[in-house]
Design a binder for this molecule. Structure first.
Ligand code: AMP
Ligand code: MG
Length: 524
């Protein structure tokens, strides 16, 4: 990072920190962070570098060897003020107490020439006071998955943190991939991620859980002044207005996940960004065969709390936990409760609207019941007849019969005549509904327009689970072309890319039950 970078580091200069700088596991009270330096690694090798993210930070287009050392955690530049944040969280519905950045270290906040501020954070850069019994490291597969998916989400238009780089450490890390007593050595890596802030719901909950209203109030003031200034009026903080906006952003984010077929996998409150960004990419997955009950996370396989179709409900539950924490510092909690109560209806309206856009339809008040029926029946059909979500939504614009959806079906020859009839009947009603809009002259799109509008919200290229797994395996074997090629494809998710069709192909049979493709764990 060039020395003319402008470090602001307001988080550490304005908020209470841990007085101890010892890097030893502990409970950290009355503080938002602990100062800690990354632990050096033996042999950094830069595997990925995202030039547009570098540009956000006013960095040079190609990184210098010194910069790679910084990105590996081997060097801290003058002006940086590294720290690990203190936060807690509800994990799988239960309060888990202090969690904190066990392996993430923020290096600095950077103000760019455009006046924006970005937090630069290394994940996997060694132990911190919050590491508990873990090693503070991350493996290549999970780090590559974070970099690829966060960048893919950005290009899909979904709110997300970004990634600047991925560095192999030259050190191996022991992990038990499936938690079944078979630990193995894996290559270690460090991802450098970038966001205006990595503050989470759990950053607020931790202080509320400890009755530390003073620190909570300071953190809320800091958050509002920095990211929600419209809710600060001198000494007065409009906590209810702020909370309402966080709820709206969270609802939008969850609706967007449903639109693109993303399953976060671990929607714990420590993984919910206060800015409504998708954050902490772990055992996430992408919907291939459309299934509202699918979860990629094997740790969640029995309860399925974080399954695809449950994400809106969990977002609501998480927002309610944040509301409970914020209620500690307001005189009247009633407006917070109103926001919580309104959330399901607002999210379901965003969801309906998103799904209708996927069909090229404009919802209207008078058509809500009809539209809901259309959407429910479509979902039921796609679940009953194993169908690929990205492909089918690209085909619906032009398909006039079930045969037109053939390449989206996983087992086309197993579909019964009765099932074909159900699909044909649905397609007929869908076309009628679309033509009625053309007829009303206000909302109508002709077929060509509708197809192009649908294509702009129905991605062709998403980081399919098996595709990313193949890129991980290639990279582990020493292939240095696979990852840049995948990143290039995912930069244009809505465009046909001749020659790149295999990146959009539906999941092959071998990937159906393969670890990394359909089963992910929190082991990372
Ligand atoms: P996650 O499931 O990645 O959101 O992590 C949950 C918590 O565990 C966070 O506080 C992480 O920082 C922490 N954590 C996960 N993996 C490690 C690790 N290898 N070393 C230290 N802390 C970790
Ligand atoms: Mg996390």
């Amino acid at each position: 990072m060039s020395s003319q970078l402008h470090f602001t580091n307001r988080f550490v200069s304005e908020l209470p920190g841990d007085p101890s700088t010892e890097n030893r596991t502990r409970q950290v009270m009355r503080a938002c962070y602990s100062r800690v330096e990354p632990t050096a690694v033996p042999k950094p090798e830069l595997l990925a570098w995202i030039p547009e993210v570098a540009q956000l930070l006013d960095l040079e287009a190609t990184p210098s060897p010194e910069l790679v050392e910084v990105l590996a955690g081997n060097r801290v530049m003058p002006g940086m003020a590294p720290y690990a944040a203190c936060y807690g969280g509800h994990q799988f519905g239960t309060w888990a107490g202090q969690l904190g950045d066990g392996r993430a270290i923020t290096l600095a906040e950077v103000a760019n020439a455009a006046g924006e501020t970005w937090e630069i954070q290394l994940k996997g850069a060694g132990p911190t006071p919050y590491s508990r019994r873990a090693d503070g490291r991350a493996v290549l597969r999970s780090s590559l998955r974070e970099l690829v998916c966060s960048e893919a989400m950005f290009h899909l238009g979904v709110p997300t943190t970004r990634a600047l780089s991925l560095v192999l450490t030259g050190e191996s890390v022991e992990r038990d991939l499936l938690y079944d007593g078979h630990p193995a050595q894996e290559p270690g890596a460090v991802v450098c991620r970038v966001a205006p802030s990595f503050l989470r719901f759990g950053s607020y909950e931790i202080h509320a859980s400890r009755d530390d209203h003073d620190t909570l109030r300071k953190l809320v003031r800091f958050t509002l002044e920095r990211f929600y200034p419209q809710y600060v009026d001198g000494d007065r903080l409009d906590v209810a207005g702020f909370f309402e906006e966080v709820a709206q952003r969270t609802a939008w984010m969850a609706a967007e996940w449903m639109r693109v077929g993303f399953v976060h996998g671990v929607m714990n409150t420590d993984n919910m960004s206060i800015l409504g960004l998708t954050i902490d990419y772990g055992p996430y997955g992408w919907i291939e065969s459309f299934d509202l009950d699918w979860t990629p996370n094997i740790t969640d396989a029995s309860g399925r709390r974080y399954r695809f179709g449950n994400q809106p409900s969990v977002a609501h539950w998480n927002v309610a936990q944040l509301g409970r924490a914020l209620a500690r510092i307001v005189d009247d909690p009633e407006p917070l409760q109103r926001t919580i109560d309104r959330f399901p209806a607002e999210l379901s309206s965003l969801y309906r609207h998103g799904m209708l856009r996927k069909l090229g339809l404009h919802g209207r008040r008078e058509t809500i019941a009809e539209d809901d029926a259309l959407l429910t029946q479509l979902a039921a059909m796609l679940v009953e007849i194993e169908t690929d979500m990205p492909i089918v939504f690209r085909r619906l614009a032009t398909a006039t019969s079930s045969e037109g959806l053939r390449d989206a079906y996983y087992a086309p020859d197993a579909i019964t005549p009765a099932q074909h009839r159900v699909i044909n009947e649905w397609l007929r009603r869908y076309r009628e509904r679309a033509e009625a809009e053309v007829g009303d002259g206000i909302h109508g799109l002709d077929v060509r327009e509708r197809k192009s509008q649908m294509d702009s919200v129905n991605p062709l290229y998403v980081p399919r689970n098996y595709v990313v797994q193949q890129v991980i395996e290639a990279t582990e074997r020493g292939d240095r072309d696979a990852l840049p090629e995948l990143l290039a494809v995912l930069r244009r998710p809505y465009d046909e890319q001749p020659g790149r069709e295999h990146f959009a192909a539906k999941r092959p049979d071998w990937a159906r039950h393969k670890p990394g493709c359909s089963m992910l764990s929190c082991s990372s």
